[in-house]
Design a protein around this ligand. Structure first.
Ligand SMILES: C[S@@+](CC[C@H](N)C(=O)[O-])C[C@H]1O[C@@H](n2cnc3c(N)ncnc32)[C@H](O)[C@@H]1O
Length: 350
């Protein structure tokens, strides 16, 4: 049996099951075997591809957005851009191309060793941080593209009028779902009332509260803004646990440690946590509208004019279409921003 499967099986053997959040936690971040610790998840040879690696226009318009924020904040101190879960560093590379400035430094919050090497290759001077609290105190733009979706979720289902937690058990080397009494009642009760009365299923991302809190404390102290871009929903509910392997959806329980196990973001959860902390919230807006508002179509035309190659023109068009078409990533992906209560109004959300 694969090492990671035996780690999970051993933990299940203690009480017969584990929560989905624990299954995700071991699969994704086990210190030796976890998917996000030592695999190469991104790109053609990996399991999935993200917007920055689909089209340079994504990073370029976000770069222009960031420069506008820096001008609006107009701080005399150095400014930093921190990519939350920075992947191969492509987004920051494209942002940096928009305007290079010695006053702006770049950093990554990252746990994946291979991605840290790729980021370091692109930015020898870039810093790596493990926690928000390790980041130097300067005005900061945080950007998290497909960052929130990597954190563990708990799932609940109502059976015969009683709420149960969906958990994971094992039978002959095969992981299966099972229904158990709710493990963390406080967490469940805290969220239950935010879901429609008629619902018989909901899920909670267990890290959103802490991430929003850590970022809000940082931004209140230092000024700046945090941009999140992720697949998700604001209304409705449903089972969104998913796994990607070799660019195909696979059963979430079949390849722990070897598939990208994620869930969709419930943006109303992000809004609630942000508001509780007295922060400003912008969005959520679809990725399509956000990128178009920021001039993605105009940028496409400029890039097309700069080449005589029909192939490059087609590739540019196809790349942008993939991230803005509603039938592809345009509608499913949403964008939101949080900032301290001040007069800063970020572009793109109208
Ligand atoms: C889905 S990828 C997105 C990468 C990149 N933002 C992009 O758009 O290409 C998730 C990123 O978050 C990182 N990550 C996963 N868990 C993390 C954690 N607990 N703390 C910091 N980064 C994490 C991964 O290694 C990876 O870089």
């Amino acid at each position: 049996m694969e090492k990671i499967k035996s780690i999970i099986t051993e933990e299940i053997s203690k009480k017969g099951y584990i929560s989905i959040s624990r299954f995700m936690e071991i699969s994704l971040t086990d210190p030796k075997e976890g998917y996000y610790i030592n695999k190469k998840p991104l790109g053609k040879s990996g399991d999935f591809i993200t917007a920055p690696d689909i089209t340079q226009i994504f990073g370029e318009v976000i770069g222009a957005w960031a420069i506008d924020i820096i001008n609006k904040i107009n701080s005399k101190t150095p400014f930093q851009i921190i990519d939350l879960g920075g992947g191969k560093g492509t987004l920051i590379k494209d942002i940096k191309r928009v305007r290079s400035n010695n006053r702006i430094s770049y950093g990554f919050l990252e746990i994946n060793k291979n991605l840290m090497i790729a980021q370091k290759k692109n930015f020898p001077k870039a810093k790596h941080y493990k926690n928000i609290s390790d980041i130097p105190n300067y005005p900061t733009i945080f950007i998290g593209n497909e960052f929130l979706d990597v954190f563990p979720i708990r799932q609940y289902i109502k059976i015969n009028k009683t709420w149960k937690e969906i958990c994971v058990t094992v039978d002959k080397d095969r992981f299966n779902y099972c229904h158990k009494d709710i493990e963390d009642i406080i967490l469940f009760e805290e969220h239950k009332n935010n879901f429609p009365n008629e619902t018989d299923f909901f899920e909670i991302n267990t890290m959103i509260k802490k991430i929003i809190s850590d970022i809000s404390i940082f931004l209140k102290r230092n000024n700046g803004i945090c941009l999140f871009i992720d697949y998700g929903y604001s209304k409705g509910y449903g089972n969104t646990l998913q796994a990607l392997k070799n660019h195909k959806y696979v059963d979430p329980l079949s390849f722990p440690g070897n598939s990208d196990l994620t869930s969709h973001i419930n943006f109303s959860h992000v809004i609630n946590e942000t508001k509780k902390l007295g922060m400003n919230f912008f969005g959520p807006i679809t990725q399509r509208n956000f990128l178009i508002n920021l001039g993605a179509l105009e940028r496409l035309e400029i890039l097309k004019k700069s080449t005589n190659s029909e192939k490059i023109k087609n590739d540019l068009e196809e790349g942008l279409n993939r991230v803005i078409e509603n039938s592809q990533m345009g509608e499913l992906f949403k964008v939101c921003a949080i900032s301290p209560k001040n007069k800063l109004i970020p572009e793109g959300f109208d």
